[in-house]
Structure formats: C-alpha cells, structure tokens
Design a protein around this ligand. Structure first.
Ligand code: ZN
Length: 379
C-alpha cells in the first residue's frame, strides 16, 4: 500500500509524488478539502513512506503495469512489510503523532482534561505538538504529526504553532488536515504547502460504501452516495445512522402534504432532527444541543431536496428515483410539474440558508413545510 492507492485525487497525488521524487519534501503540509474524501488516508500513507525502514524505489514502468499511473519517475514508496510499516498501519508507531480534538483527555493537567473540547486549544498544541516536536524520533529517522481538524485549532494555538511549522527540526513533518480553509490564519497557511482534495464521484462513493458496509442493499448505497456530495465518510455515517428510515418518513410526509396539516408535519421533522442530532452529538460531544438539532435538520432538508430532484427527473421524463424505489409510484401519482419541482428545490436551499444564519429551527421548518404544501397543492 502506498500513497498511490489514494485514487480519485489526481491533483493531490501529483503534488505529493513530485515532492517525493525531488527528495525535498516540505516540512509542513496542509491537506484541504471536504471531509471524508481521503485526506487522512493520504496523510497516513505519506507517513508510512517517511517512517519505513526500507523504502523502495518504484520506476514509472512498474507503476504503469500495476495500473497506478502518475507522471513522476522514479518515486519513493514504503515497503509495506517492515516493522515500521506495520506499526504505522496499526496507528501505534511511536514516531507517528496523531493529534485530534479529544486528545485533551490525555493531557497531564486535569483542568485541561475536564474541559469540553469544542476546538483544539493551546494546551493540546503545546503539549502534544510543540513539545513533542523537540524530542528525537524513537525508532525512525523521521517523525510525523498528523493534525485532524486543523481548522479547529484556536487562533492563539495557531500562533503558538507557527515556529514549529516554519522550522521544525530535521526529519520532522507536520500534516494539517482541514475542511474549512477560511478558519486558518493566513500566517498558518503561508507556512504550509497546500494540497487540494476534491469531492469523489457518486459512483465511486457508492462502490466503496458497498465494500465497506457489505450488508447494505444497492438502493441504500445509491441513496447514501447521492446524498453524501462526494464524501465517502459522510456516506458511511448516513449508513450508520440508518438514514433510510428517516427518508421513508420524509417521503411519506411529502406524499401526504396535499392533505396533511403543515404544523403537524413540521413537528414530526423537528423530532426526527432531534433524534438524528443526538447521533451527531455522540460522535462529536463538543457541539451544543441546538447545533446538533440544526445539523440533523440540515440532513433532513437534504432528503427533502433529493425528493424534489426526483420529482423533477420524473416530470421531465428521466425517471429513476434515487431517494426511494418505493416512492416512484407515489411521485408519479402526485404529478408535480417541472417548474413546481424547481420551486421545491429552491425552497429547500433557502431553508438551509436560514439555518446557516442561525434562524430558529422551528420557524425554519414551519416556513419550509408551508411553502412545500403550497407547491404540492398548486395543481
Ligand atoms: Zn517499510
């Protein structure tokens, strides 16, 4: 396994390959792009190359026969077999430092340990990065720090980190992973080599999801992939949260909207958003109840949007509902005009925008349901 296994990210691959081939690898990288598209995988693969005891050289011809492509020749790769490679793969290599928000729980100071970690604070950065950077590697020639959610490092912690990013000791590499570049200070960004990662194709996400979660039905895979917007990580979370059960309720409610009372429908969605939000909070205890419900609601809105996109596809004769095979007949019987489907999609986008502006969740849902029931009843 090498950095070249991170497929479908050709730009990122090219930048890393070129640096490896030149033998002058930057000491600080900033892998940026949506969550769940392979940034962390690429960082781990790169760490393996840097920490491997017997790195090998691969000629371009060899890579081509293996179907790996790439335009750089020759490149360094991890052997995949030595003790260092095995340890990196198991995430237990002493010279691979994984830094993440919840790491504060391992901080020697109890006041830091007892904090709620909404972001990565200066105590964590100081103890687990800055101090650790100054210590010699334990096993390898090199030392690698992978910082998850680097965009959640506080401004003061970023300032404290600047010197380590600028001139770390020989053989020390820092890889920052971030999805929201605008939350990083310009001084942080300017000290790192940026490596862009883009969204994955829906087909690839569906294919990988089926391999990762073997008991999913093909319809579930295509639903989650379609909703995940090119992020395999998001698609996996949708599968864990069994989003299809929520989707069933949403599609039922939309089908009934012709006769149902909007306030009752809105109430049901708010309850579902709460349940879904609780799942988000289990994964990310740093977020508030309100934020959890808001995120739950955004996910439900995405399902509503997908339903109207299906309605639009049917209205223009493209067929093939993505959201639910069972809703095809229902959609057909509702006979929504293309323009009305377009209005539905627009209403969802505006409701999402309201949520982003921190509008009241209840008002946002009620306003959306009222607009949608008008659209469905328009005929
Ligand atoms: Zn090795």
């Amino acid at each position: 396994m090498s950095v070249f296994d991170v497929r479908h990210q050709p730009r990122a691959q090219r930048i890393i390959q070129r640096a490896l081939a030149s033998g002058r690898l930057p000491h600080a990288y900033l892998f940026h792009g949506p969550d769940g598209v392979g940034k962390e995988m690429a960082a781990e693969r790169l760490a393996r190359i840097l920490l491997c005891a017997q790195p090998r050289t691969i000629q371009k011809s060899e890579r081509e026969t293996e179907g790996l492509g790439g335009d750089v020749n020759p490149v360094r790769d991890a052997c995949g077999e030595c003790r260092d490679c095995v340890l990196v793969q198991a995430a237990t290599h002493p010279d691979l430092h994984l830094v993440y928000r919840e790491l504060h729980k391992h901080h020697p100071d109890s006041t830091v340990r007892n904090r709620v970690a909404r972001d990565i604070g200066v105590d964590v950065i100081r103890h687990f990065v800055i101090d650790a950077v100054g210590v010699k590697p334990v096993r390898s020639q090199a030392k690698v720090f992978i910082i998850r959610e680097a965009d959640r490092i506080t401004a003061s912690a970023q300032n404290a980190l600047l010197k380590s990013l600028e001139e770390p000791p020989e053989g020390t590499f820092l890889i920052l992973l971030a999805s929201a570049l605008d939350r990083l200070l310009p001084t942080t960004k300017s000290r790192c080599q940026p490596v862009p990662f883009g969204p994955l194709s829906t087909e690839f996400v569906a294919e990988r999801l089926a391999a990762l979660v073997p008991d999913l039905a093909p319809e579930q895979c295509s639903l989650y992939a379609a909703l995940a917007q090119g992020s395999l990580g998001t698609a996996v979370r949708f599968a864990e949260d069994q989003l299809d059960t929520y989707n069933e309720r949403i599609t039922d409610a939309l089908g009934d909207l012709v006769s149902a009372a909007p306030v009752a429908v809105a109430k049901g969605w708010l309850e579902d958003a709460k349940t879904l939000g609780a799942r988000f909070r289990e994964r990310d205890p740093g977020i508030s109840d309100t934020e959890a419900q808001r995120r739950g609601l955004k996910t439900l809105f995405a399902l509503v949007g997908a339903w109207f996109k299906d309605a639009l596809r049917m209205a223009v004769g493209e067929g093939g509902a993505v959201t639910s095979a069972g809703s095809v007949e229902r959609l057909a019987s509702l006979n929504i005009a293309p323009a009305d489907a377009g209005w539905g999609i627009r209403a969802v986008v505006e409701a999402e925008r309201d949520l982003d502006r921190n509008a009241s969740t209840q008002l946002a849902v009620e306003a959306l349901v009222i607009r949608l029931s008008r659209i469905v009843r328009a005929k």
